[in-house]
Every structure is written in C-alpha cells, then in structure tokens.
Write a protein that binds this ligand. Structure first.
Ligand code: HAM
Length: 424
C-alpha cells in the first residue's frame, strides 16, 4: 500500500482530469460505492474458486455486530449491488463509472500492489456487440489522448454458460487423462475451475495446455455471431486486436466477450485495463436478467506508463505555477499583504502568499522558484501608502509601485497580454 507523494499525485490528477472528460464524452455517469461490502457479495459475484476470493481478500468480522465484511477487491460486484439496491435499471439502460482504491492481498511487486486504484466502467441493459466494441474503442481513444503507444488489445469469447459447461466436461476428461503433467495447483482446480488451468504460466504445463480442447470449438451460432459482431465493429474503427484463446480472466462472472489491454513496457504486470461482458451477474445477485459489460483500468500502471513514455516532471516545476507570489515584510505589511492576496484570489488569480517570514531576498528566491509570473511586494512603506510594488518575474522590466485597488486590473492586462512590454 503506497503513499502517493506530490510529484506523483499531480500526475494522477492530470490523469484523472483526462479520464473524467473522456467518460463524460461517452455518456457515462458517476457512481460512488462504499469501500467495504458484506463478504458474501464478493464470494457470490467473483466466484468461490478464484484467487481473489480464496486468498486475496481483506476480510474481517465487524466486532460490534459480527457481520463478515471485506475491503472491496474490485468494483463490479459493488456497482451491481448498488444498481439493484436503488432500482437504477428501472430507468432503462445505464452507463456508469466509478473510481477509487481496491484491495487485494497479493504478493507485491512492480505494478502489483495491495491497495491499488481503478477507474471502472459498467454498462447495463445493452445486448448487442456494439457496447462491447464501443467500450474497447473508448479505451483506444484514451490511450491516444494520453499519447500512450504500444498498448495491445487482446480479445476472446467465453461463450455462454451452457457452451462452457460442455467444453468443461471435455476439458476435465482431457486433463484427467493428462493428470501426471499437471502441477499441484492445477490438480486442485481440476474439478472446481479447470478453465483457469489454461491460464497457468507454469512452463512444464504448456504442452498439455496447447493440446486441450478449445472453448472456441464449442461455441454455438449466437455466441459466434456476437463475437463476429464485436470484431466487425473493431475493424470499422480501425482498432487492431489479437484473438487470444487463452484469455479467461480471473473472475468468474464473465461470458461472451472478454478483453485485456497489455503493454510490454511495465515488466510482468503489463495489463493496464481489462473487462468484458457479464450477462448473468445481475440475475445471480437477485436482479432481473440484464445484460452487462464493463472494464476497469489500473491507475498505478497507466501512470507508470505515462512516466515511462513521457518522463516525470518533478519538484516545483511539476506543480502548475501560480499567477502571483505575494512577498511582504514588516508589521504593517503583513495584514495589508494578507488582505491583498485574498482580494487577488477573489478576482480569480492563483496566488501564493509567502508564509514564514525571511528577508526580501530569500522571499524573492521563493517567488522565482514558484514559477509565478508576477511578484506583488508589500513593505511597511507600501502598506502605509495603500500601494504595492509589482515585479515581473519572467522578463527584464522595471518594477512599479501602484495603488492596491488597481492591482487586479493591471495584472489582468499584463497576464492577458495587453501590456506585456513591462511598462505598467
Ligand atoms: P481485473 O482484471 O481484476 O478486473 O482488474 C482490472 C485492472 O486493475 C487490471 O488490468 C490492472 O490494471 C489493475 N489491477 C488489478 N489488480 C491490481 C493490483 N494488485 N495492483 C495494481 N493494479 C491492479 C476487474 O477488477 C473487473 N472488475 C473489471 C471489470 C469491470 N469487468 C467488468 N467490469
């Protein structure tokens, strides 16, 4: 679990701003869910035999009422719970987004943390492949807007529950016949979650995995048509993709389309965004059968990629510079400068007021480091006279004393360029 320090946090804010604009442009509306939910919600939604539910959840018993609670490991289950609890689907289809911390007790490494952050998107009540393709296309646009290159799209289809069941029976039979080649984890999962075995990275099992029956060969017409529809729209939008038949996802709620956006610039944890369709989940959690499709992206990984591709801006330079730095010295000057700073903020300027005293020289150094365009200097003389001295920080021009009540206008003219020859 990490502290996000100011240089980094400012990059996060730039990322957040871009993402919020982008979500709005695609018609998604915000929803905010609690960070803690009843434990059974995640067990039911994500699946009992998944890494997340079996070993990664921060679960605890509420000491006051004995309720089993869990810090959310992802947002989809909470979002569906909220949508059902507040009957949002009565208002027709919904496009929703959420953001915030998620918690998984994984082995930490670069790009994999125990508290991490996601932006997640869920669309409810859309049956066709168009929403799947639109969600994928919107990701592609975000990478473009963030000038991130080299994020590859992998897609797959998991078919319907019945198709997976038929495939599963054949897969179990095949794996039983090759039991000797399976590692302990795979043997344990053989009956409970054989599909996940196909996702194993164990090099000794790759040969057996290669030869396993493929879900793709069990798909009926409707599933094939849906997958074909997604691909046709991706081609329409000129979005390159690779079909990865081994893409099965680590959460059990998916059906039909699943996708991941992957980069090789971040080492082992290269999946920056992932999701897919989960048409059965709403009914499974007690709602009326409703189609659903969504994805979530990992903020830490995308911010790391932004740094990797564009370099990090650090220190004061990373901070957006104020318009004005207010420098003051003297007993009379303090209240006068304080009032002036507030008045300038009221006029719409970003103002850094010097706190902590010090000589004019050291204060001017601070003013310079802040990146401000203008220093407003108030000493006891100016305070007595009701004036201030203006100094241009970014050009060689004489400083000038002017009445305090004219400051906002004069600075305004200068900053919008009407009077930037230094002659105030
Ligand atoms: P997920 O694949 O578990 O899916 O997570 C989505 C993304 O969150 C990953 O691709 C990764 O970028 C980031 N992420 C996951 N775990 C960590 C971690 N420990 N540290 C850093 N980043 C991480 C879901 O969570 C689904 N709820 C997505 C979804 C929404 N499907 C449908 N709707």
């Amino acid at each position: 679990m990490n502290d996000i320090l100011p240089d980094e946090a400012e990059l996060w804010e730039r990322f957040d701003d871009a993402v919020r604009d982008w979500l709005r442009a695609y018609g998604y509306r915000p929803i905010r869910m609690p960070i803690v939910e009843p434990t059974p919600l995640f067990a039911r939604a994500i699946g009992e035999v998944t890494d997340i539910v079996e070993k990664e959840m921060y679960s605890f018993v509420d000491a006051l009422n004995g309720e089993a609670l869990t810090l959310r490991p992802e947002g989809t289950a909470s979002c569906v719970r909220a949508v059902l609890q507040h009957s949002l689907l009565h208002g027709g289809p919904q496009r929703l987004w959420y953001a915030g911390p998620m918690f998984r007790h994984e082995r930490p490494q670069k790009g994999r943390y125990r508290q991490f952050h996601q932006f997640g998107v869920e669309a409810f009540g859309y049956a066709g492949p168009d929403i799947d393709a639109e969600q994928i296309a919107m990701c592609a646009r975000l990478w473009d807007e963030l000038a991130l290159s080299g994020i590859q799209l992998e897609i797959n289809t998991l078919g319907s529950a019945e198709e997976r069941l038929r495939h599963r029976a054949e897969l179990i039979a095949y794996l039983e016949n090759n039991r000797g080649a399976l590692d302990a984890d795979a043997q344990r999962r053989l009956q409970s979650n054989p599909l996940r075995i196909l996702d194993s990275k164990n090099p000794r099992m790759q040969e057996v995995i290669e030869g396993a029956p493929k879900l793709m060969d069990f798909l009926g017409e409707a599933s094939q048509e849906h997958f074909g529809g997604v691909q046709a729209l991706l081609k329409e939008a000129c979005i390159p993709y690779r079909i990865n038949p081994r893409l099965v996802r680590g959460l059990d709620y998916y059906n039909l389309t699943v996708f991941e956006w992957v980069t090789d610039k971040l080492g082992a944890q290269g999946t920056v965004c992932a999701g897919g369709r989960y048409d059965g989940l709403i009914e499974q959690l007690g709602g009326k059968a409703t189609q659903a499709c969504g994805f979530a992206m990992g903020v830490e990984r995308l911010v790391a990629l932004m740094k990797e591709e564009h370099g990090a801006v650090t220190g004061q330079a990373a901070q957006s510079a104020p318009d004005i730095y207010v420098v003051h010295q003297g007993e009379l000057a303090l209240p006068s400068a304080f009032r002036t700073a507030e008045a300038l903020r009221g006029a719409g300027y970003d103002v850094l007021f010097h706190c902590g005293g010090g000589s004019f020289k050291s204060q001017m150094k601070r003013a310079d480091m802040s990146g401000a365009q203008i220093a407003v200097i108030i000493g006891d003389d100016e305070a007595t006279e009701g004036s201030a001295t203006l100094k241009y920080m970014r050009e060689d021009a004489p400083q000038k004393r002017i009445p305090q009540d004219q400051l906002a206008d004069v600075i305004g003219n200068y900053l919008i360029g009407d009077d930037n020859d230094g002659d105030l």
